[in-house]
Design a protein around this ligand. Structure first.
Ligand code: SF4
Length: 727
């Protein structure tokens, strides 16, 4: 109790004092920092520069890092309020070990000792592959790199994947198949310099808001947005293509058909730099405008117009995000996008790129440095020369490197169900909200002998299930680098100390290696993340994702630079891949891919008449672990909702703000607020995926892309009932 307040001697004048400051203006005195620490936003892959204001050792403010090349002095609502995530009440502060069914605070030594003992015992009994690891695009690149070595060479399992498989795996697979390597070829600047920008399944205004300023700055473009919803981004478009759910692949093939048929193919580029044109030409005969119009629901005239605009553009840009990736046809759709770029030569030039816009702040880092989809430096598991080269750099026997990738995320979950995986280490991700078809996941996790969850927050739905919780430092409390969607490497800096006994993920990985007795071999004389970065620079040298010329000092001077960045590269030059027409294939040629459209796996009809689409809202991030703790974001968007077209609602006798249940063959989400809107077409409904309390993944489908293993989050068949109707 504040006795001064009780006696009326404290009128909270300090609490409510205002003051003037050069950078913040007239504001609450509590919010005026002693100093600012430059860093990079820890939410999405746009990679904005942020400064954290620190007062008395606490983060009290966030503002744009004015000199950063990405955001040009702006931030979205999440970036502007990012400091609130640091002091959140639900921060994990101490290791917690389940004893007698209850989580009990223990010291780090005991926590890591038990973890190693249980993991080793499981592996001794069931084989090395019985241990799985799931990480995240939230770590810094140095941590991915360190973790990859630890999992592969220390624990000897290659059943290691990240939550990036839930969002970007199809872009990775598609690029590899078409161009021979992962790596988005373009740059944000291309959105300013293209004369035609086609966005497919990409609601930038909600998901990557700061990128919209690049579009707005381009006054000479035609913006085409293909999206079944009239999303905020579709509202910005010159042409909106309200195509039927999951018909984008047919549209892309139909556009390619028109380009070929009407001589809009760049024959010189195709002849010099590609293979497979003749097969593609034959394959495309099936994609006549008549058939594509039927599949997509678009008019033939609109399909022609879109194809001709793109085909005749001087520089055509195609950007995509989860609308493409979250599909059983995600990889095929990425290949069809790449086909269009190759047919027209819209690649490797200013304004011309097939450009995957990534999800998390450092999804790119895991793709480059991690062990999940490839060996570090985009080396291929199956390529003996790649393995040999990497083993030589590390000074380890080549046989210790895997010759094929281990299980992907969904297959790790499936292996918990079949009990092939018995112990699991989950790092900074929350599958109990984010994984499709929660029933299967919960069944799998309940089979585990030992579950470790390492996270900056506790409790979360996932940490609550853990046998051991390891408390981790988060954004603002640790150092490293993130790489954004345009391959720009940006420094992440520590502004404040982590709470309680929480440690950075990097420190945790080194401590685990120490206990395993691998620290000296894997991380000789490493003490800081910069040591990891400097080794990663050597490992990436000469590769497509060459970091060798980047140093922490260079990043401090220039804010952020794009790879490839070999020694002596010019930080002011915009970098594009494949400008010379040389691709990452043995013969240097890119491949046309015949990617056939098919209807999505669970069609609506009968008892389940609606197609459910899922996605994000600008206020929240993924499973809301962080943004739920930011008062302004939470007040703006406190609960989930279901969008439905008024015509459908009329048929069901439902009205706006009614409480409804969303039901699929797999489960039921109860008590969702109904919103009636023409944004969503008849026969479709939309729901955001952030909310643990009303988790849309109770009903989504565990169907996956056969190549990338990315989930088909975007379409499943549901019915909508008034809440309580079936009680
Ligand atoms: S656009 Fe993305 S990176 Fe930029 S401030 Fe918003 S969340 Fe952060």
């Amino acid at each position: 109790m504040n006795w001064k307040r009780t006696l009326g001697l404290d009128n909270l004048s300090e609490e409510y004092a205002f003051a003037r400051n050069e950078s913040t203006g007239y504001t609450s005195a509590k919010k005026i920092p002693d100093y600012w620490v430059p860093t990079t936003c820890g939410y999405c892959s746009v990679g904005c520069g942020v400064e954290i204001g620190v007062k008395d050792g606490r983060a009290v403010a966030s503002r744009p890092f004015a000199l950063h090349p990405v955001n040009r002095g702006k931030l979205c609502p999440k970036g502007l309020s990012e400091h609130y995530i640091i002091d959140a009440e639900n921060r994990a502060k101490y290791p917690l070990l389940r004893k007698g069914g209850k989580p009990v605070r223990v010291g780090w030594d005991e926590a890591l000792g038990v973890m190693i003992e249980r993991f080793r015992a499981t592996q001794a009994r069931y084989g090395p592959e019985s241990l799985g690891v799931l990480s995240t695009g939230q770590l810094v690149t140095e941590e991915f790199y360190t973790l990859g070595k630890l999992v592969q060479l220390g624990f000897g399992t290659n059943n290691y994947d990240g939550n990036t498989t839930l969002c970007m795996a199809s872009a990775v697979s598609g690029y590899k198949i078409s161009f021979g390597s992962d790596g988005p070829p373009g740059a944000y600047e291309d959105m300013e310099r293209a004369d035609v920008v086609l966005l497919i399944g990409a609601n930038l205004a909600d998901n990557h808001p700061i990128l919209c300023q690049y579009l707005e700055a381009n006054r000479n473009k035609t913006l085409i947005v293909a999206d079944p919803r009239v999303s905020k981004t579709a509202m910005m478009a010159d042409i909106h293509l309200p195509l039927k759910p999951r018909s984008d692949l047919a549209l892309l093939n139909g556009m390619a058909y028109i380009l070929v048929r009407y001589n809009l193919v760049n024959r010189d580029f195709v002849d010099k730099h590609t293979v497979g044109f003749a097969e593609l030409e034959r394959f495309l005969e099936e994609y006549t405008p008549e058939r594509v119009a039927e599949i997509t629901g678009l008019s033939q005239e609109t399909i022609f117009k879109t194809a001709l605009l793109y085909g005749r553009a001087k520089a055509g840009f195609i950007g995509w995000t989860m609308g493409v990736n979250h599909s059983t046809l995600g990889t095929a759709t990425v290949n069809a996008i790449c086909n269009l770029a190759l047919l027209t030569g819209h690649i490797g030039r200013a304004g011309a790129a097939p450009f995957s816009i990534t999800g998390q702040c450092n999804a790119m880092g895991t793709r480059e440095a991690g062990f999940a989809s490839s060996l570090p430096g985009y080396r291929k598991f199956e390529n003996a020369a790649d393995r040999k080269e990497l083993a030589a750099i590390w000074g380890v026997d080549e046989s210790r490197l895997p010759s094929k990738r281990g299980l992907a995320y969904p297959d790790i979950i499936e292996a918990t169900v079949t009990k092939k995986i018995r112990a699991l280490w989950i790092i900074a991700t929350n599958p109990l909200v984010s994984y499709p078809n929660q029933d299967v996941l919960q069944h799998g996790l309940s089979n585990l002998d030992f579950l470790v969850v390492q996270d900056g927050y506790h409790p979360t739905p996932t940490t609550e299930l853990a046998d051991l919780v390891l408390p981790a430092a988060i954004w603002g409390e640790k150092e490293g680098t993130y790489t954004n969607s345009e391959r720009r490497v940006s420094k992440v800096n520590k502004a404040v100390a982590p709470p309680g006994e929480a440690r950075s993920d990097f420190e945790i990985f080194l401590a685990v290696a120490e206990k395993l007795k691998y620290r000296n071999e894997l991380y000789p004389s490493w003490t800081t993340v910069e040591d990891a970065f400097n080794e990663w620079r050597r490992v990436s040298q000469g590769r497509l994702c060459d970091y060798s010329g980047i140093s922490y000092a260079l990043l401090a001077e220039h804010g952020a630079v794009q790879w490839p960045f070999p020694e002596g590269a010019d930080p002011s030059v915009t970098s594009r891949l494949y400008s010379d027409g040389e691709f990452q294939t043995p013969d240097g040629r890119a491949s046309f891919v015949c990617a056939d459209w098919a209807p999505f796996p669970e069609q609506p009809g009968g008892d389940y008449p609606f197609v459910l689409n899922t996605g994000r809202t600008v206020e929240h991030w993924h499973t809301r672990t962080k943004t739920r703790e930011v008062p302004i974001l939470e007040r703006l968007s406190p609960r989930a909702w279901l969008e439905m077209n008024p015509r459908d609602a009329k048929g069901l006798g439902l009205r706006s703000h009614d409480s409804v249940d969303v039901v699929s063959r797999r489960g039921r989400v109860r008590g969702v607020e109904l919103r009636l809107t023409e944004i969503t077409a008849p026969g479709q409904v939309f729901m955001p995926f952030h909310f643990a309390e009303t988790n849309v993944n109770e009903v989504t489908q565990d169907a996956f892309d056969p190549i990338s293993r990315e989930p088909n989050y975007k379409q499943c068949a549901v019915k909508v009932e008034r809440s309580g109707a079936n009680a």
